[in-house]
Design a binder for this molecule. Structure first.
Ligand SMILES: [Ca+2]
Ligand SMILES: [Ca+2]
Length: 232
C-alpha cells in the first residue's frame, strides 16, 4: 500500500510538472523548439558586379563589394518553404551612359547562386531588365533606357508571371574570377537576361516549393520579422 502511495504521489508530481510549461533560457517563457545552426543551409552567391537578395520578402544578403574585386558572398540561411527568392543584380554601369571606367568600357555581367538545399540558378528563374544601355552599343553617343522598378519587386506575392525566363550563359562568357572556383556552385548555371553587356540592372525571381535536393520540408520555426526598411 505504501509503495502504491509513493508511486501515486510520483505519478501526480510528474503529471503536475508536465502541465507546467518548461521555462526557456532565462526563465521568461515557455520552452519552444528553436532552430539551431544545423537547421540552416549555406548560400553561395556571386554577382558581376553586385546584388542584394530577399527571401520571402526579407532582406537576407547584400554584396559587400560594389565593383571589383569580384567576390563570393557566403551566408547561412534558415530555409522556409515555399521559398521565394528575389534578387536585384547590377552590372557596374554609369546611369547616364551605361559604361564604366570613366565611360571608356562596355562592361558585362552575370549572376550565379547555390543553396545547400539544392537550389541553383538556371533558366527556370524569371528575369527582367530595368536599365539598358548604351543603346545599340553606341559608345560614342551613349544613351540609356531606365524602366521604373516596382516597389514590391521582392515580395512573395509579386506577380512575375509575364516576365521572361532567365537566360543561361557559359562560364566562358561570364569569365568568373578565382573566388567562384573556391566555392561550391556545382550544378548552378550563370544567368542574366539575353544581353550580358547592355542590360545593367536585372531582377531575378524564383519560388521553390520544397528542397530541390529531396530533403523533407523542415518544421515551422518561430521567426522574427525584422523590418529592414528603416521606417520603424
Ligand atoms: Ca561587370
Ligand atoms: Ca553593362
Amino acid at each position: 500500500m505504501k509503495t502504491f502511495s509513493i508511486a501515486l504521489i510520483l505519478a501526480l508530481t510528474f503529471a503536475a510538472q508536465a502541465q507546467q510549461p518548461e521555462k526557456g533560457k532565462g526563465g521568461k517563457g515557455p520552452k519552444i523548439a528553436k532552430p539551431r545552426i544545423t537547421d540552416t543551409v549555406r548560400a553561395n552567391i556571386y554577382a558581376d558586379n553586385w546584388f542584394k537578395l530577399y527571401i520571402n520578402g526579407n532582406l537576407v544578403a547584400v554584396d559587400s563589394i560594389s565593383f571589383i574585386p569580384h567576390n563570393v558572398i557566403s551566408v547561412d540561411i534558415l530555409p522556409e518553404y515555399p521559398m521565394t527568392i528575389a534578387v536585384m543584380a547590377k552590372d557596374n554601369a554609369d546611369k547616364d551612359t551605361g559604361l564604366e571606367y570613366n565611360n571608356t568600357n562596355l562592361g558585362d555581367a552575370g549572376f550565379i547562386l547555390k543553396f545547400g538545399d539544392g537550389t541553383v540558378t538556371d533558366k527556370t528563374w524569371k528575369a527582367k531588365s530595368y536599365f539598358h544601355g548604351p543603346v545599340n552599343r553606341d559608345m560614342n553617343n551613349p544613351k540609356t533606357e531606365h524602366f521604373p522598378i516596382p516597389d514590391d519587386w521582392y515580395e512573395t506575392a509579386f506577380d512575375d508571371s509575364k516576365w521572361d525566363n532567365a537566360v543561361e550563359h557559359t562560364e566562358e562568357a561570364v569569365g568568373p574570377k578565382s573566388p567562384y572556383y573556391e566555392n561550391d556552385f556545382a550544378g548552378a548555371k550563370w544567368i542574366w537576361t539575353k544581353d550580358l553587356a547592355l542590360d545593367n540592372t536585372v531582377i531575378f525571381r524564383k519560388t521553390i516549393s520544397s528542397p530541390p535536393n529531396g530533403d523533407s520540408i523542415p518544421r515551422k520555426w518561430p521567426r522574427g520579422v525584422i523590418d529592414a526598411s528603416e521606417k520603424h
